[in-house]
Write a protein of this length. Structure first.
Length: 410
């Protein structure tokens, strides 16, 4: 029974924790701009994160060490430093976007400008990171993130044109009046929103925090292969709602409030309340994960003591990195820059650094010195290499597409 509860909570946490500010923005923008023509990219992204998250979780369960902890040892300090710098900067940018998402959610509820809520949101994130136990933190925000299931309910209530959706799925290119450049830019953003670097850092480090062993491989795999795909379903529902309400009207999405509008139209005030709870849980939970991931990456590279299970005084440098990262993100938001724009930038640069994150995972997952008989097999390597090629293509295309389209504005 205890194992069943652990598996169930893990799946629920994975479902509720999959969607963050990047998914809320990218899926809604894509649905509003292209209908359901890019739904297949979400599916590809979900399969990709499942492949690499399973590797990262298996490494943690078998070796008792997080992936980044092994990267420097396996690949050397120079390559690992390149990985560290790129991954940390993108994770910091994502943390900034998530704190901004919390503030935007409070703005929806209060009507006051989001910038007023940024310091309070950042302080709340830091307090939880400092004082709340890891499992409590992860499970509470993951389960409350399930409030985003309201998008599935809203999509059904909106009675969308399912036949048109099916036709759009079979015609994946841009609709008339749109260009391939903008289509490609949003495709890269969608793909990156499913494979942001912090997800695997947090997943593998979280496995160490929860003291996974080979006996927990079933739990790790259920979290990955059940939780993440069902979380991806929430992303498709967000896209479908935007495709139903905004696409026929030719309205583009550039605010978080617009993402919530289809739910309000379908389900009224109650639906709006539920979706705001989901927004808050998703962005706050992701802020916690990205905040921890900034500390995980740096502490693991330098061999410092790290983790929520360690008393703050014994992992002072780890907690200092987390605090400084939260302060840097807060300072950026107080310049009044739009959190949605930060989100778009974080997705773009996530795509750029994805190879630096996922290649080391593939390398470590093949190392029998660490994993023994649990190292990758042929199928796992085939999938890993296939998705690594896709990741490299997305990384190469990201910056040119940003320049050509003016961040998707053309």
């Amino acid at each position: 029974m205890k194992k069943l509860i652990a598996v169930t909570l893990g799946i629920l946490t994975a479902i509720g924790g999959f969607v963050d500010i990047g998914d809320l923005v990218a899926n809604a923008q894509s649905g509003a701009r292209f209908g359901m023509r890019q739904a297949w990219i979400v599916i590809v992204g979900v399969v990709g994160i499942c492949v690499f998250a399973e590797m990262a979780g298996r490494v943690a369960a078998v070796s008792g060490r997080a992936v980044f902890d092994l990267v420097r040892e396996r690949l050397g300090p120079r390559i690992a430093m390149t990985n560290l710098v790129g991954s940390y900067l993108v994770t910091l940018l994502t943390l900034t976007a998530e704190i901004g998402g919390i503030a935007l959610t409070i703005q929806l509820a209060s009507g006051l400008p989001h910038v007023l809520w940024v310091p309070l949101a950042a302080f709340a994130v830091w307090i939880v990171l400092w004082r709340v136990k890891f499992q409590v933190m992860e499970q509470v925000f993951g389960v409350f993130g399930l409030a985003l299931v309201v998008f599935v309910v809203a999509l059904i209530a909106l009675d969308p044109p399912w036949g048109t959706f099916a036709e759009q799925l079979t015609h994946a290119g841009p609709p008339q009046g749109e260009n391939w450049g903008t289509w490609g830019y949003l495709a890269v953003s969608l793909f990156a929103s499913a494979l942001t670097p912090y997800e695997v850092f947090f997943f593998s480090s979280g496995g160490v925090e929860e003291k996974w062993t080979t006996k927990d491989l079933a739990t790790e795999r259920s979290n990955t292969f059940v939780g993440f795909p069902l979380g991806g379903l929430l992303g498709l529902a967000i896209m479908g709602c935007a495709a139903t309400v905004f696409f026929p009207a030719g309205v583009q999405v550039d605010q978080l409030s617009q993402t919530a509008l289809p739910v309000a139209l379908a389900l009224g005030k109650l639906g709006l309340v539920v979706v705001m709870i989901g927004f808050f849980a998703a962005t706050f939970g992701a802020a916690l994960e990205t905040g921890l991931s900034t500390g995980y990456s740096i502490a693991q590279y330098f061999g410092w003591q790290w983790g929520k299970l360690v008393k703050p005084r014994e992992a002072a440098r780890f907690h200092t990195v987390v605090l400084v990262s939260v302060l840097l993100g807060t300072a950026a938001l107080l310049t009044t820059i739009d959190p949605v724009q930060i989100t778009e930038l974080s997705l773009l640069f996530s795509a750029v650094v994805l190879p630096l994150t996922y290649l080391p995972i593939l390398v470590v997952a093949n190392d029998r010195d660490y994993l023994g008989d649990h190292a990758n097999g042929r199928v796992q390597n085939f999938l890993g290499v296939t998705f690594l090629i896709i990741i490299v293509i997305a990384a190469v295309a990201a910056i040119p597409l940003m320049i050509i389209t003016g961040m998707g504005q053309t």
